[in-house]
Ligand binder design. Structure first.
Ligand SMILES: Nc1ncnc2c1ncn2[C@@H]1O[C@H](COP(=O)(O)OP(=O)(O)OP(=O)(O)O)[C@@H](O)[C@H]1O
Ligand SMILES: [Mg+2]
Length: 343
């Protein structure tokens, strides 16, 4: 799901791998990368950058520069340098297929790992944007990846169905080759403990049921916990004290601040999905009520409800009842589309 802390998990993993001298983690953000050649470039750049930062082997950069400046394989002695020179040449050649560029980028990383006796952990964040390129590209990636011995991959993304199909759909090129790690909303207990420790660190005092209120308002999303926490910290400062009223105001400011983001998120849904989301946000919870509200046959509604569930946008707390998973988004929708009077 979106905003649940996937990128943070990757960043934490990168930190935790730091003490291991042989492991080189590389985080690649695939969000909005339009061309496969761009991904290939980003992959190679990311691997080189992480390798040099990890090992301090600046001499390697000089060797690469030499390998391409003379544009001749003969100038490069080692395998990874030859591969890098070839990759740079193919990147400049308009006739090279874009899929081949990705393949070569992945192969280059393996050759670098072998040559330097290290292991790479390539973390592809926002992988749903790569899935969009289709099965042919994925198949070619799989073919390279499955024979590699020194590179492992983490694929993170937030379109839950697309990501799940990658693992479980028989037709998926990665069928049964991946391990799924769902990242869910945080438990109330976890949020509560986290808030207590952070507020204590800032010597901020609480009165009444303030803690529970923040926990409820953030709905288990780490993102909202942080946003609310920041608003609150800025409003009372170190050593200050929080009131229910103050938390209410901070929440209002947070929702206001999210307006643009929710606007563009909302516009990514189809018209029917948008209508259904509005119906759910304005208090219609059963499929029949939703169908009446959007004036469509219940059959169409059930189908779309299932799609939205698969995407993790809505949940079914009990049989026959639905709600929007992200309570803050639901609140924003409600404010925007709340009827003045029931018609
Ligand atoms: N376990 C956690 N405890 C506290 N804060 C967290 C935790 N995990 C993530 N955060 C914070 O929540 C916010 C959102 O996290 P992050 O960007 O990692 O989510 P994401 O799932 O990658 O989001 P997106 O779907 O937009 O890619 C960040 O401010 C991050 O610091
Ligand atoms: Mg992210």
């Amino acid at each position: 799901m979106r905003r649940t802390g996937k990128t943070s998990v990757l960043e934490n993993l990168e930190l935790r791998l730091k003490p291991n001298a042989k492991l080189v983690p590389v985080i690649v953000n695939c969000f909005g990368i339009a061309a496969k050649s761009r991904l290939a470039k980003v992959l190679v750049d990311g691997a080189i950058d992480s390798y040099v930062r990890k090992t301090g082997d600046k001499a390697y950069l000089k060797r690469l520069a030499k390998a391409i400046s003379e544009a001749a394989k003969s100038a490069a002695e080692r395998v990874s340098e030859v591969k890098f020179a070839e990759f740079s040449l193919s990147l400049r050649d308009k006739n090279t297929e874009e899929d081949v560029l990705i393949e070569n980028a992945l192969k280059y990383v393996e050759s670098l790992a072998e040559e330097k006796d290290v292991f790479f952990v390539i973390m592809l964040d926002e992988f749903q944007d790569v899935i969009r390129w289709g099965d042919d590209t994925l198949k070619r990636i799989r073919t390279v990846v499955q024979s590699q011995k020194r590179v492992c991959y983490v694929l993170a993304g937030s379109a839950t169905t697309v990501m799940r199909n990658l693992v479980y759909d028989r037709r998926s090129p990665f069928y049964r080759q991946l391990v799924e790690i769902p990242i869910k909303k945080l438990d109330k207990v976890v949020v509560s403990a986290f808030l207590e420790s952070r507020l204590a660190a800032a010597k901020i005092r609480m009165t009444g049921p303030v803690l529970g209120m923040i926990v409820d308002l953030s709905g288990g999303y780490p993102d909202y916990v942080q946003r609310l926490g920041l608003e609150l910290y800025l409003s009372v400062g170190e050593g200050g004290s929080l009131t229910e009223e103050g938390v209410g105001r901070a929440y209002e400011d947070m929702v206001l601040g999210l307006d643009g983001e929710f606007d563009s998120y909302f516009s990514t849904f189809t018209p029917l999905e948008r209508e259904i989301l509005v119906a759910l946000a304005t208090g219609k919870i059963q499929p029949s009520e939703v169908a009446r509200e959007v004036r469509k046959p219940i059959f169409n509604i059930s189908k779309t409800l299932t799609t939205l569930m698969n995407y993790g946008v809505i949940e079914r707390p009990m049989k026959g009842q639905y709600r929007i998973a992200d309570a803050v988004f639901a609140d924003w929708l409600n404010r925007r589309f709340k009827p003045m009077a029931e018609i």
